[in-house]
Design a protein around this ligand. Structure first.
Ligand SMILES: Cc1ncc(COP(=O)(O)O)c(C=O)c1O
Length: 420
């Protein structure tokens, strides 16, 4: 169907590009998930000791090219518990990117450590290894790269820096189930990989998380921390380590076991549709999809990200996104505030952590500057959720046509922009 991209914008009262059509819903489920839940219900074992978590841990470890997997309640505590498992002492510094969900940094604070922010790569929005080295001090103990949107960070460089400086690497893989860097699955490259199974994620069970590792000692420590400090062959009331109850339920694991079976097929579809969008959208002036690096041999595409140039369009990102949404395309600006710009960081609400106060009296995040991340958050980053990439080619054409239509009609929005 030919679409007249010069017709009046829906935001200004014209006809929408997508009228009465929806993109695929998320999460997707069917009889298999329903049967798995019922089976678990009838098993009478809903929590500790059930077979669903054990089955999932085995399958997911293998899926991520790791020997071990430990499930937990979510992908925030997995990060915090991974830091604790590495034995990182209170007051230590951990290098993180600022263009990510807040848990990447709050997990550091909750482990009584100090997040230090390294800027991101302008082409991938993943942490830029070139920015890491200058931030390393004698107190630095770990790096948490985030495989943002499902593209692996530059792991060769990150591991080189980490090994040279004796730092742990905890990969935040919350966006990157099944993603690969040079053929290796994320989470298997650093010391520990951390995953989230929260509702929006490519593999999900409402809430949930897991760590993966090839290091038995670290995996066993994570297992202990998530199970009240118990050890595998210890007695029930023997608490060898400081831990708590971070265990995943059998219901969540039962859903994950079903969802995992579909992940490869969905990932392939996301990759095909994303490649199609990359090709078409990059022809529109002012639109630059994030680069797909050669090393990224498999992308998870938790998000489809592109960079928007307000100077080329002559309208703000906010107006551009409003116009796109009005055409029926669910796009948003994503992380508009970096973690170090968040009110609680500027107010130093973490100051109740004694070790932090002791070691970092002068720490002031209002002085942190990561210009590339600031531009991504404040001006150019545009997102679409991965479920959109599960649509048809016609759905992808609608996205391209809607962006083209906003571009063609951009001048009509100049006044709208001033009022906005
Ligand atoms: C990059 C990143 N890290 C960590 C998390 C935390 O995961 P959860 O919501 O399961 O705690 C998320 C969740 O959105 C995330 O996007």
């Amino acid at each position: 169907m030919t679409v007249n991209t010069k017709s009046r914008l829906a935001l200004l009262g014209g006809q929408k590009i997508r009228e009465g059509k929806t993109f695929p819903a998320w999460p997707q489920y069917g009889e298999n998930e329903q049967n798995a839940l019922l089976r678990t219900l009838n098993s009478g074992v809903w929590g500790y000791g059930g077979t669903e978590t054990e089955k999932f841990e085995k399958a997911f470890a293998e899926y991520q090219h790791c020997k071990y997997c430990v499930t937990m309640t979510n992908g925030s505590v997995t990060l915090r518990n991974a830091l604790l498992a590495c034995g990182i002492e209170a007051g230590s510094e951990v290098i993180v990117p600022p263009y990510t969900f807040l848990a990447t940094a709050t997990s550091v604070i909750e482990a009584n450590c100090v997040p230090v922010f390294a800027d991101v790569d302008p082409d991938t929005y993943c942490i830029n290894p070139k920015q890491i080295e200058a931030l390393i001090t004698p107190r630095t103990k770990a790096i948490i790269p985030v495989h943002l949107g499902g593209q692996a960070a530059d792991m060769d460089e990150i591991m080189k820096i980490a090994r040279t400086n004796g730092l742990y690497v905890i990969e935040d893989c919350a966006h990157a189930h099944g993603a690969e860097y040079k053929g290796r699955r994320v989470g298997s490259i650093g010391d520990i990989g951390s995953f989230s199974f929260q509702s929006s994620k490519n593999l999900c069970s409402g809430e949930g998380g897991a760590i993966v590792s090839n290091n038995k000692e670290l995996a066993d420590k994570c297992w202990s921390i998530q199970n009240c400090g118990r050890i595998k062959d210890g007695a029930w009331y023997q608490h060898e380590n400081l831990g708590s109850n971070y265990r995943l339920s059998q219901f969540q694991a039962a859903i994950l076991n079903e969802q995992l079976k579909k992940l490869d097929k969905e990932t392939e579809k996301r990759q095909l549709n994303a490649a199609y969008l990359d090709e078409k959208l990059s022809r529109i002036p002012g639109i630059r999809p994030l680069a797909r690096k050669e090393e990224s041999t498999r992308m998870a595409y938790h998000l489809y990200l592109f960079r928007y140039d307000a100077e080329v369009f002559g309208i703000s990102r906010k107006t551009f996104l409003e116009a796109l949404t009005a055409e029926g395309i669910p796009a948003c600006a994503g992380y508009v505030t970096l973690i170090y710009q968040q009110p609680f960081m500027l107010k130093k609400q973490f100051a109740s952590f004694t070790e932090w106060k002791h070691t970092n009296k002068s720490l002031d995040y209002s002085k942190t500057k990561c210009p590339v991340a600031e531009k991504a958050a404040g001006q150019e980053g545009c997102w679409m959720h991965h479920s959109v990439l599960l649509g048809t080619q016609e759905d992808m054409d609608d996205i391209v046509n809607a962006v083209s239509k906003v571009y063609e009609n951009r001048k009509e929005l100049c006044n709208f922009n001033k009022q906005a």
